[in-house]
Design a protein around this ligand. Structure first.
Ligand code: EPU
Length: 422
């Protein structure tokens, strides 16, 4: 039997001090597979030391790539010895982003066979748009026996129109198109900061990507991509989670090493709640003086309010004065954490994709279970706010995306630890 763990939080301490944000998870999981497109070794820095990154290292090594990884320092990927184009079930299910191996291997060797991806269960999460994009570039794509198979005699640049804004679809098509013959134009592209970061990484390898950060991206494919040294951007969602945790404990925290302009949707909502937020070039300070006011939130694609922060934000709103209404427009099952937070005394009603949160004066510690990564972040926020001890079961989900979260929170004064259970 594998060891089981639980996280224990004694709530009530106001977080105070300074904390440094880690490199972005959702940019790291795109940039690491992208290194397979290079014809020389690449070195990547500022990668977060998280389970999703470890899983990708294992996958790249199983493909034959030479990977030297010193956590919190650098990762060097030499893709030249990689001969395989297959990623099996046990590996692909470890993370959602294993689907980026489809675009990266298709670009690299003209074919890829990757088992259906794993990741958090927050909705049905189809990848039809990714496959439609590969087909537009001249690939055949099919799903057979749990494997996704894509293959092309020659990838040719083309126009790709997405039916909806998809982060994963945009990234996957960018990866394949970087090595296609001719120019690909992606319409209705996602604009998230990690799309821009991936474009910058590809361009540092000699790719020709223009327009990332707008809804039309142009990629002129290149035959040869050289090696590059690159540092990924800070994690927008970790930054947001720390901002919310600071506010939730009525603390005073400076988050360093972040990009404040990526946080504008959250900052606007915190200000509306009556929370003080100020920023400089690469730091944000969050502190609370008066009462928190209820606010309404609708998740949207960037630059709207990110779905990944909806869950921690909902925990914060449980004690705000008045009734908050959250509408989740991106994933249909991203409210599972609310059942757990209800056990802690929150008053919440969910109808379809809308949650109504009526503020209560106080949450109380209780045993709760994590159902996905950001649900885990929400439970941590709730635990930090609550009176008494919160036991969080299955905290492993949190390790997929948050680097050293307990150490960081402890350094700000939180009482949080992990223990092994029988
Ligand atoms: N969609 C389709 N067909 C597709 C692709 C997407 O119907 O082919 C739908 C999805 O079901 C969803 C919507 O389009 O309703 C948006 O999905 P998107 O493709 O943008 O999301 P994703 O690529 O699966 C990434 C992040 C998520 C983040 C979303 C939205 C990675 C590895 N994952 O997911 O991150 O929530 O974008 O910003 O980058 C997380 O970090 O906790 C996380 C879940």
């Amino acid at each position: 039997m594998p060891k089981k763990e639980r996280m224990l939080i004694t709530g009530g301490n106001a977080l105070e001090g300074e904390v440094r944000v880690s490199g972005g998870k959702n940019t790291a999981v795109a940039v690491i597979p992208a290194a397979l497109l290079a014809d020389e070794p690449c070195t990547i820095e500022n990668l977060p030391d998280i389970e999703d990154v470890h899983a990708l290292v294992d996958i790249l090594r199983s493909l034959g790539a030479k990977v030297t990884y010193v956590p919190d320092e650098f990762m060097t990927i030499d893709p030249r010895p990689a001969e395989s184009h297959k990623v099996g079930f046990q590996q692909a299910r470890r993370l959602r982003a294993s689907y980026y191996l489809l675009g990266a291997l298709l670009g690299r060797c003209g074919r890829a066979m990757v088992a259906a991806p794993g990741g958090c269960e927050i909705g049905s999460r189809p990848i039809d748009q990714h496959l439609k994009g590969f087909q537009a570039l001249g690939a055949e794509a099919e799903e057979r026996g749990g494997m996704i198979i894509v293959e092309a005699d020659e990838l040719r640049g083309s126009d790709v129109f997405f039916d909806m804004v998809t982060v994963g679809g945009t990234i996957n098509v960018m990866l394949a198109a970087a090595k296609a013959k001719g120019t690909t134009v992606i319409y209705n592209a996602a604009k998230e900061p990690h799309i821009v970061d991936l474009a910058n990484f590809l361009n540092s390898m000699g790719a020709k990507v223009k327009g990332a950060g707008t809804d039309v991206i142009r990629i002129r494919g290149q035959q040869y991509l050289h090696g590059a040294n690159y540092a990924v951007i800070p994690d927008q969602i970790e930054t947001g989670t720390l901002m919310i945790a600071a506010a939730a404990t009525r603390g005073d925290v400076i988050i360093r090493g972040c990009i404040p302009t990526h946080m504008e949707a959250l900052t606007a909502k915190l200000l509306e709640m009556g929370i003080k937020v100020s920023d400089s070039d690469d730091a944000i300070r969050v502190r609370t003086l008066g009462a928190h006011r209820a606010v309404n939130i609708k998740t949207q694609v960037y630059p709207g309010f990110p779905t990944d922060l909806q869950q921690p934000m909902s925990a914060l709103l449980t004690t705000a004065r008045g009734t908050s209404v959250i509408t989740e427009t991106i994933f249909e099952q991203r409210f599972k954490h609310l059942d757990e937070i209800r056990r802690m005394g929150a008053r919440i009603r969910v109808v379809d994709r809308v949650a109504m949160i009526e503020g209560v004066p106080q949450l109380y510690g209780a045993p709760v279970t994590t159902t996905d990564l950001r649900a885990g972040a929400a439970l941590i926020v709730a635990g930090l706010m609550a009176r008494g001890v919160t036991e969080i079961y299955e905290p492993e989900y949190i390790d997929r995306g948050y680097e050293h979260i307990e150490e960081k929170l402890r350094s700000l004064g939180a009482e949080i630890r992990r223990e092994t259970i029988e």
